[in-house]
Design a protein around this ligand. Structure first.
Ligand code: SF4
Length: 377
């Protein structure tokens, strides 16, 4: 038995589904936002919508770090990559994200030195192996990945490695949740709290949502039973008129987070006054920058960054989809101009992007069904 099997047990899933049907008031329509892109992916992958009553609507949130990065930041990173001797190093899920003049992969095809790494430590290692080059790591992610960037910068400084820098695009989850709650066109009943981010920040940072906004938050794991149990916990709170933060993902998420990771972040990174998010606009104190003590390894201080601002193509509705106002298939470009093979927006690229998840698990299924019916007719 693999460790995940018990979380995918069909009998337990059927029982959890029955409990959700029992708890959901048929007179109500529940709108539950899953914050994390990993949850969006799991919901589509395991077809969880099919085991929920139709009055439970799952809204996909802004928790895909690749998706929320505005195109201007990608252009800025690629502008540095045009410099003689610079290696642009990034995670694989950045490679096909469109910039104004193409994705990192398309730049690579045109001769830019673009390389995939699995961690910032890999990028630092690359710098050590290429002393005649400068390796710039294009850092993205929420608090989940920021500690590894911080630790790598500490190591770069300790080892005195000069041909390495980080272009920091790390963002923080709480201000994005606040922005969504402040959005006038959004009505929500509760949150499935992010699993990965919470391994670092814990559950306490969500307490204001329960206290001030009277919305329950349940931090959840990523297996089908994790998500169904989280929905049960939310429905129980809603049924009792309660709003608390609960931790369904106790096997991984400590209530107070990971002190070592938080300490590394605090020593190396600090909040920016504001940062632009795709779809959500400028949000104050929503992103991290590198502290001045590490300026020698900060690509934004080391190179002239153009500070490009680009609006998404007019017909693209990535912003509305990111805010949960539109479903992926409601974007005019979905499945036509914008597909995983030819993405217009980042939501169609990343495995955590709701458009890619909807396309790969729902749209392709529907296409296959139409093809079968046509062949029989
Ligand atoms: S279908 Fe494409 S353009 Fe439309 S919201 Fe999704 S990623 Fe953006």
């Amino acid at each position: 038995m693999r460790y995940v099997d018990e979380f995918r047990d069909p009998d337990l899933i059927a029982r959890a589904s029955a409990e959700i049907y029992r708890l959901a008031d048929p007179e109500k329509h529940y709108r539950i936002l899953e914050v994390c892109g990993g949850h969006t992916h799991a919901i589509y992958r395991f077809g969880l919508k099919d085991v929920l009553p139709s009055n439970i609507e799952l809204i996909h949130g802004p928790g895909c770090p690749v998706c929320v990065l505005p195109m201007g930041r990608i252009d800025d990173g690629l502008a540095v990559a045009q410099r003689e001797g610079v290696i642009f190093a990034a995670f694989g899920d950045m490679m096909r994200v469109p910039g104004t003049f193409g994705s990192p992969l398309e730049h690579k095809a045109r001769g830019t030195d673009v390389r995939v790494v699995y961690s910032p430590a890999d990028a630092l290692q690359m710098a050590k192996k290429n002393p005649d080059k400068h390796v710039m790591f294009f850092a993205i992610g929420f608090e989940t990945t920021a500690p590894s960037t911080a630790l790598t910068l500490q190591r770069a400084r300790a080892e005195g490695i000069q041909n390495f820098s980080v272009f920091c695009n790390h963002v923080t989850i709480i201000p994005a949740m606040r922005a969504i709650l402040d959005s006038p066109d959004m009505r929500l009943d509760g949150f499935i709290g992010p699993g990965h981010v919470s391994t670092v920040i814990g559950c306490r940072p969500y307490e204001w949502i329960a206290r001030n906004e009277r919305k329950p938050v349940v931090t959840s794991g990523f297996e089908p039973l994790d998500l169904l149990q989280s929905i049960i916990m939310l429905l129980r709170q809603l049924g009792a008129g309660e709003a608390r933060v609960e931790n369904q993902y106790k096997r991984v998420v400590p209530w107070d987070g990971n002190p070592a990771a938080l300490d590394a972040m605090a020593k190396v990174l600090t909040l920016r006054p504001y940062f632009e998010w795709r779809g959500l606009g400028f949000i104050s104190q929503s992103a991290l920058k590198i502290r001045d003590e590490f300026a020698a390894w900060d690509a934004e201080q080391r190179f002239q960054i153009p500070g490009t601002r680009v609006t998404d193509p007019k017909a693209a509705q990535c912003g509305e989809v990111l805010k949960g106002v539109l479903k992926p298939a409601q974007c005019k470009l979905f499945g036509k101009e914008c597909t995983p093979e030819h993405p217009i927006g980042a939501l169609m690229v990343s495995s955590e992007g709701s458009c890619a998840a909807h396309y790969n698990y729902e749209h392709r299924k529907a296409e296959a069904m139409v093809a079968t019916i046509s062949s029989v007719a």
